[in-house]
Design a binder for this molecule. Sequence first.
Ligand SMILES: *Cc1c(COP(=O)(O)O)cnc(C)c1O
Length: 312
Amino acid sequence: MITTSIEHHAILHSCEELERQGIETTVVPVRRDPDSQGMVDPEEIRRALRPETVLISVMHANNELGTIQPIAEIGRIAAQAKVGFHCDAVQSAGKVPLDVNLLGVDLLSISAHKFCGPKGVGALYVRPGTPLERRFYGGHAERDRRPGTENVPGIVGLGKAAELSRKLLVEDAARIRALRDRLETSLLDRISGARVSGDRTNRVPNTISMTFSGAGGEALLISLDLQGIACSTGAACSSGSTEPSHVLLAAGLSADDARSSLRFSLGRGTTAEEIDYAISVIPSVVERLRALSPRTSEASRDSHAALAAPSQ
Ligand SMILES: *Cc1c(COP(=O)(O)O)cnc(C)c1O
């Protein structure tokens, strides 16, 4: 099978298990140039195809960078080669329109809690005729694909969340994008050397991945948390891990920069007041941590000399 270096561990760890079972996986790298950082090049997918390839799995929106991948193009490549195509759309459901026919996918997965639904329930779209083997045994539920009595409250919750997301999507996306852009430009203006990772054009409207070299992501995360600002140093699911994000490394960041990066995510409940508050707090927290950091590199020490000098 073929997948990419920026997938969620839900995919990468599954591929590792398949490797143990003797199924070879080609992990395609992503682009590192600033204009399309973190993007999968469909031609790389085409080059990775082999006569025995059975499945391609590429995510729609990346959960750390927000980059939206060229799924429709990859879908055409998969169809031409008659290879099954799965798309992890967990991060894009509720944020951008999803149409399984336009995307050309055979399988597409979403998770309710990422679009304001309940935790513990997701959905897998299966294009009619897609051969699927059962992974669990012990019952005939869900068309023999997954045993166990269905979680009806969860399923109803997912359906309701999907209905609301569909209704509110256009309005939500415009409002959230405006707030996100204001937060992003304000932080870039006020924090020297701050950089945004990922393709800034092809991106879901709610995500910012920003590097504050020399500030230390973990310390930043804790300081901001104490001030009431919740963000993350990578995938929320990896919190507690001290490893730098595999996504940021794959997108070309150094381990130090990956460790000095934060992800800000906005949602339906985010208000303009909260964004103003974040803009007023984050720059001074970054300055303070940079001045304290023993790990500040020579280069960034020079560019932040003005900040470091006044601290006694
Ligand atoms: C959150 C997430 C997952 C995992 O979904 P859970 O239902 O939280 O386990 C998988 N892929 C992506 C892209 C995600 O953002």
